[in-house]
Write a protein that binds this ligand. Structure first.
Ligand code: IVH
Length: 687
């Protein structure tokens, strides 16, 4: 089948692909396992590019274990559910040293004089996955799920550099490597900064971020996430156990030889004193690690004793996890300040006497909202109890009543906006207050502007938050419509101080870029213009549905609350918010001025013909006249539907060059017709 589309690979290509694969694997290994850079980024990229090009030219040479897979690109809309061959058990865990002592004494008693030792290792705070290797090749990666069934995340796992795609040296023929995918702190923080800059919600902690990353639909996105795999365990059928050393310590050593990343922080311990010393050490030292841990795991080292110790209902008796308690300190409150968010929500912040906690100095922590403050019943000069657990952000968990000064007065939540002085309001049933001056209160106004130019809204990337602030400070912009009436002469020479304290000036070229980007905004479809307006509760999806339902802004502005609430996914509260937004004459003026500036205020029907009505396509491969997105858009413009995976509902597999072999196989199995580019073009041309 594949030969339909390409010439067989010549020997020279086969040999070069093999050479490149070995070289790149070697450089990757040294870089990620041994922190050694053997070539420049430039040279490395050139080798990888050469490999990718050869694999494109000769798809039969593109193996699932090729280092080119690390770049990702495979898209999975849903993740197949996979039954674990060996259930993924959890460990008994405890926060108490006494229970660790009990575990140790019980184990010794059960083993009744047989000599044995323990291994102590870190309990990585991430997402557990199982990797199946057959004949030394990674064939499947599955999340823990409920322990019996998990999600197939193989494409995403392949992008993680510390997961070997092919093993080295000696290895069992068929086994599963288990471990934890963690998000190292520095990469996590960089990613969250980027998310905030893009207007996306930041992740609460590295564990959630690791989990979210493994579930990304596009593996190329996962490749950017810089995840790390820490291997901690090997599962294999009983009859193959002799292929491995008979201690857990030895097995992890041999895993290292196979190419897995095994953290060096593992210690063989002979008794409870050794174990306690290990726990104590890491309880303090954990803050100096480049990734998060939430405890220590203690295992009987001799694997042949595991069967003898057996299982409880849920977990093995040969291992236990000790979990670290969140660190807690008490420090005096100096002052409560209030922060106004982009949506007007006013958040109280406790400013405290600086205190060392979990590896950083803590000065400020959120008091969340009025309800939370009331519950804590904070008084002047109170000592606050601050905790840092798995989260990086410190949390206020209480007040140290014993240290309260006699006669100290309770602190009240503010009644006015700290930014604009407006009386705050509290929506019924909400935990906090907000400032209703949404068009005049500075953080809210800047928030609107930033939202408006954001990637998912008008996508005007030459206007970042610094430049918007500059325009505001210069008195040029007070609402989103003002942006479209800026004159070149007003922009050139505008100055401000950057966050780093440097003077920034808009030059002629910068001004032209801004004006061009604003002009290009005329191409943005109505649904995104609607989303960009920033109406409370109207998200991307809601805006799309409203745009489709009403077709243009005039019909939307004329709609009653009842009518708005008939739109799919628009509830009573959102309907009321939309109605109130357009009831404000200032907002109507903004809309008029945006319309005058040429922005789309109605849905443009992009339908060209009905030639493909009722047909469902799956697209695969590379096309001569279209990019992948273009061909999908063309299908839709002619009334067809595009789906990402082949099923009995698929009419055609639209196959370009290098069509995916899996897709071909499935199409054949289900009797889905193959359609080539030229035939497709005939179909859409027909009158
Ligand atoms: S051993 C049969 N070792 O902690 C038990 N688990 O309940 C195999 N974890 O979600 C697990 N670090 O993913 C083991 N060094 C380590 C670990 C570890 C983290 C996780 C594991 C599971 C939980 C144990």
């Amino acid at each position: 089948m594949l030969d339909l589309f390409s010439q067989p690979a010549p020997d020279s290509a086969i040999q070069r692909v093999s050479e490149l694969t070995k070289l790149i694997d070697h450089y990757n290994y040294e870089y990620y396992m041994n922190d050694t850079s053997l070539v420049s980024d430039f040279e490395f990229d050139a080798l990888l590019r050469e490999l990718i090009d050869l694999e494109r030219q000769y798809p039969e040479l593109s193996l699932p274990t090729s280092p080119s897979r690390r770049v990702g690109g495979e898209v999975n809309k849903t993740f197949a559910q996979v039954q674990h061959r060996f259930p993924m058990l959890s460990l008994g865990n405890t926060y108490s040293i006494e229970e660790i002592e009990d575990f140790e004494a019980r184990t010794r008693k059960l083993l009744d004089g047989i000599p044995f030792t323990y291994t102590c290792e870190l309990k990585y705070d991430g997402v557990a996955i199982g990797l199946t290797y057959k004949h030394g090749q990674l064939v499947q990666a599955v999340t823990r799920g409920n322990g019996a069934v998990g999600d197939d995340i193989t494409a995403n796992a392949r992008t993680i550099p510390t997961i070997p795609l092919r093993l080295q040296g000696q290895y069992p023929d068929d086994f599963e490597a288990r471990g934890e995918v963690v998000y190292p702190f520095d990469a996590f923080e960089a990613m969250n900064r980027q998310r905030q800059a893009d207007g996306d919600e930041p992740f609460a902690n590295p564990r959630n971020a690791a989990s979210g990353s493994l579930k990304l639909q596009n593996s190329a996105e996962c490749a950017k996430r810089k995840l790390m795999f820490c291997m901690y365990f090997m599962m294999l059928p009983h009859d193959q156990e002799q292929a491995l050393p008979s201690t857990h310590f030895g097995r992890l050593e041999s895993a290292k030889q196979m190419g897995f990343k095994v953290q060096p922080y593992i210690k063989e311990c002979k008794d409870i004193n050794d174990i306690k010393a290990f726990i104590d050490y890491w309880d303090h030292e954990r803050w100096n690690l480049p990734f998060g841990i939430d405890g220590v795991v203690i295992k009987v080292n001799q694997t042949d004793l595991w069967d003898q110790l057996g299982m409880t209902a849920k977990s093995p008796r040969w291992a236990i996890a000790y979990k670290f308690k969140a660190e807690q300190v008490s420090t005096p409150l100096l002052e409560i300040t209030y922060q106004v968010g982009r949506t007007g929500i006013v958040t109280p912040v406790a400013n405290m006497q600086p205190v060392w906690l979990g590896g950083t100095t803590v000065r400020r922590a959120t008091l969340n909202n009025a309800d939370f403050m009331e519950k804590l019943d904070i008084h002047q000069g109170d000592y606050l109890l601050v905790e840092k657990g798995g989260e990086i952000i410190p949390k206020i968990v209480g007040v140290d009543i014993n240290q309260r000064q006699p006669g100290a007065l309770p602190l009240q939540y503010t009644t006015v906006c700290p930014e604009c002085g407006t009386q705050l309001v509290r929506a019924e049933g909400e935990a906090g207050y907000y400032c209703p001056n949404s068009d005049g209160c500075l953080p809210q106004l800047l928030g609107h502007l930033e939202h408006f130019v954001g990637r998912k809204a008008m996508d005007i990337d030459s206007l970042g938050s610094e430049r918007l602030r500059m325009l505001y400070d210069a008195g040029l912009v007070r609402n989103v419509a003002d942006l479209f009436y800026l004159q070149r002469a007003q922009l050139v020479g505008l100055e401000s101080l950057s966050a780093e304290g440097q003077r920034v000036t808009i030059q002629e070229k910068g001004a032209d870029n801004i004006l061009r980007a604003l002009h290009d905004a005329q191409q943005v479809p109505f649904e995104r213009v609607l989303f960009a307006l920033g109406i409370r509760y109207v998200g991307e999806v809601g805006a799309k549905k409203l745009a489709r339902h009403f077709g243009n802004i005039d019909a939307l502005m004329a709609a009653s609350v009842e009518e708005l609430a008939t739109v799919e996914d628009v509830g009573e509260v959102t309907a009321r918010a939309i109605f109130d937004y357009f009831a404000n004459p200032d907002h109507r003026l903004v809309v008029e001025r945006l319309r005058q500036a040429g922005l789309n205020m109605q849905v443009v029907d992009s339908r060209v013909s009905d030639n493909l009505a009722g047909l469902t396509f799956v697209v695969s491969g590379v096309f001569n006249h279209y990019s992948r997105d273009e061909i999908k858009a063309t299908i839709e413009q002619h009334g067809g539907k595009v789906s990402s995976s082949i099923s009995s509902k698929t009419t055609y597999l639209l196959a370009g060059e290098k069509v995916g072999p899996e897709k071909l196989k499935k199409a054949e199995k289900l009797g889905v017709i193959l359609l080539f580019e030229a035939e497709f073009e005939e179909k859409i041309k027909k009158q």
